[in-house]
Design a protein around this ligand. Structure first.
Ligand SMILES: C[S@@+](CC[C@H](N)C(=O)[O-])C[C@H]1O[C@@H](n2cnc3c(N)ncnc32)[C@H](O)[C@@H]1O
Length: 379
């Protein structure tokens, strides 16, 4: 994860253990997750023409759920484009005003919000009196839950407020883990996805894994896609459904599925269901609704392997985001290229960054890195 300073607090939806230094919902470390992982000794399955001498990766089980071996892939690795820095300068109701001294000042609709940002090593660009006028400041008080971890210097604010991005309406939300119900750096992926869906000559099928409050699912549905949204947290699915109503997309074809992401994709693979776009934004650690353990470094290879199998013949993309400080973008880039061997196309990987835009939202400043990504596209 990019930010290590988060203090323990109330676990987010999907995370039953206490926080330990990851900064995203569903990212907290179990006491002995490793011990619970039951690595199967079944042999890996092979592409028909896979060379026999390739090392055989191990299968991964999540909480002793049905699993399968990793496929040994053959064929050329896809072409590559690195590094690709996807920059958001804000959209709709969001922009990054300023950052520095371990903090960031963001505009979310009517509110200016101050939150910790370990990446911001530089000095603040705007004067103190601007920062002091913030509407909400994340304090991170460890003896408080939920809203108590926020301070509202101007007037008491409610837990939610209306926001709009890329044409969809949803709730901003002051959560106990300093998140606000949306990860705006994802705008870069969502704009890309929206364009692809709108340009397609058929309704594209989109699978959104670890979908949280559903903003990506709503952007996809509003653009005309049939969407399957998967998240382990009932609470997050509830928020996503609220957002669906706010966006007046109640009749849009969205399946809301509260399930462990790995279990779900394993079943989809067996059923033969296929998708044109898959978004996967896994936390470093998470839990499924029945305690299934998700560990990024253990489970990502199998997750990508299955996602590849879930791609429709005319798929438009597979997009992975990772918020792990232990990895470089090359880790997920090379994993993606190995997974997509023989599939042609292009793998482009790099970072998602947000550019400061000043008080007016129009004055470009410094780039704030948020996460790593890797994206396979057919060409
Ligand atoms: C990092 S957020 C995803 C953010 C979202 N993609 C966005 O940009 O708005 C992580 C989400 O993963 C969910 N999660 C954690 N473990 C999970 C699991 N095993 N299966 C499915 N979802 C899980 C959490 O409930 C949380 O909503």
């Amino acid at each position: 994860m990019k930010n290590k300073e988060r203090r323990p607090g109330k676990p987010f939806p999907g995370a039953k253990a206490k926080g330990n230094g990851s900064d995203r919902p569903g990212s907290a470390k179990p006491a002995s997750a490793k011990g619970r992982d039951d690595r199967s000794s079944r042999p890996p399955r092979r592409d028909a023409d896979a060379p026999k001498s390739r090392p055989q990766p191990q299968a991964v089980d999540t909480a002793a759920e049905p699993s399968r071996p990793l496929t040994v892939r053959s064929g050329e690795r896809p072409a590559e484009r690195v590094p690709l820095i996807l920059e958001s300068t804000g959209a709709g109701d969001f922009h990054l005003i300023d950052s520095g001294e371990g903090l960031k000042l963001e505009q979310y609709g009517p509110y200016r919000i101050v939150r910790p940002e370990a990446q911001a090593l530089w000095p603040k660009a705007l004067p103190t009196h601007v920062w002091d006028k913030a509407d909400a400041v994340f304090t991170g008080d460890t003896d408080e839950d939920g809203m108590g971890r926020w301070r509202f210097p101007r007037e008491a604010l409610g837990e939610t407020w209306p926001l709009s991005l890329l044409g969809v309406d949803f709730h901003g939300r002051f959560t106990a883990f300093r998140h606000v119900g949306v990860f705006p750096e994802q705008i870069a992926h969502w704009s890309w996805m929206k364009e692809k869906i709108e340009a397609a000559d058929r309704p594209l099928k989109v699978l959104n894994l670890f979908g949280y409050t559903g903003v990506a699912s709503l952007v996809a549905a509003a653009a005309g896609a049939e969407v399957t949204h998967v998240d382990a947290s009932k609470k997050a699915i509830g928020w996503a459904r609220e957002n669906q109503s706010l966006s007046r997309l109640d009749k849009a074809p969205i399946r809301w599925i509260c399930e462990d992401a790995m279990k779900f994709i394993l079943r989809e693979e067996r059923r033969g269901n296929r998708y044109d776009i898959i978004l996967t934004d896994p936390p470093k650690f998470g839990r499924g609704p029945n305690g299934e353990v998700w560990q990024l470094f253990d489970h990502l290879p199998l997750m990508l392997d299955i996602c590849r199998e879930l791609l429709a013949p005319k798929a438009v993309g597979l997009v992975l985001t990772a918020y792990s400080i232990r990895a470089s973008f090359y880790s997920i880039h090379e994993l993606m290229r190995e997974t997509m061997r023989g599939k042609g196309g292009l793998v482009e990987s790099g970072e998602l960054v947000i550019r400061e835009a000043g008080l007016d939202g129009k004055t470009p400043g410094r780039a704030l890195s948020t996460s790593l990504f890797s994206r396979w596209v057919p060409k």
